[in-house]
Design a protein around this ligand. Structure first.
Ligand code: CU
Length: 228
């Protein structure tokens, strides 16, 4: 059942691509072509030209649908120098991967390539990495981490910000972190006294990490970080 639906939607997409049109307009006596998005019909009262592109051949080589339309719409010097093979493989990963972090990183790499970066630059692990913020003390001064549960992708950084009711710090529970991770090297030895003070740490080992604030452990100031 699900497979039938999938096939039907793929056929619809192929048909949509064959209707990729350019709108022909006369501007200051000159005829100019403006690309329409794939599947968009020619507006009534206007002249349009169909694109000549072998979409069937493109599908055989497993071209991500988005790549076809991008390639047809980009008429800049960037498009000429862009590594389309890399863009294509990253977009395919965005569509096909069942893993959130793989999809997120592939999307970031594809966007970087389209912005003109080289495959070498966007392939560095740090390129797709993100920084997530955790507040220490909520806005009403309660002794909590906000959010108390956070999921990141391996390679990401967490930035703790002293918000209210400090001093605070971040100390990981040595019995509740992934095996092989050194508790001391990821924990703070001192405290953040001033509002706005920060502590940043990046995480490369997947797993669950429990941590607390040393001065307010007794008040229940603790949180969980998941690295996927
Ligand atoms: Cu605290």
């Amino acid at each position: 059942m699900a497979e039938t639906n999938l096939r039907a939607s793929k056929d619809e997409m192929s048909e949509g691509f064959s209707e990729h049109l350019d709108l022909e307009l006369e501007i200051e006596g000159e005829r100019q072509l403006f690309p329409l998005l794939p599947g968009v019909k020619c507006p009534t009262g206007h002249t349009c030209r169909a694109r000549n592109f072998d979409y069937k051949a493109a599908h055989i080589h497993s071209t991500a649908p988005m790549v076809n339309s991008l390639k047809q719409n980009f008429k800049t010097s960037l498009a000429a120098s862009m590594n389309w093979e890399e863009v294509n493989s990253n977009l395919n990963e965005v569509v096909n991967s069942g893993d959130y972090c793989s999809r997120r990183n592939a999307m970031a790499r594809a966007a970087g390539l389209m912005a003109g970066l080289s495959a070498a630059s966007v392939s560095k692990p740090a390129y797709a990495a993100e920084t997530k913020e955790v507040l220490m003390g909520n806005d009403s001064g309660l002794l909590v981490f906000v959010p108390a549960k956070l999921s990141i992708c391996k390679g990401d950084t967490v930035k703790w910000i002293n918000n209210k009711a400090g001093p605070h710090n971040v100390v990981f529970d040595e019995d509740a972190i992934p095996q092989g991770v050194d508790q001391e090297s990821i924990s703070m030895s001192d405290q953040l006294g001033e509002p706005g003070d920060t502590f940043s740490m990046s995480f490369s080992t997947p797993g669950t990490y429990e941590y607390y604030c040393e001065p307010h452990r007794g008040a229940g100031m603790q949180a969980v970080l998941t690295v996927a």
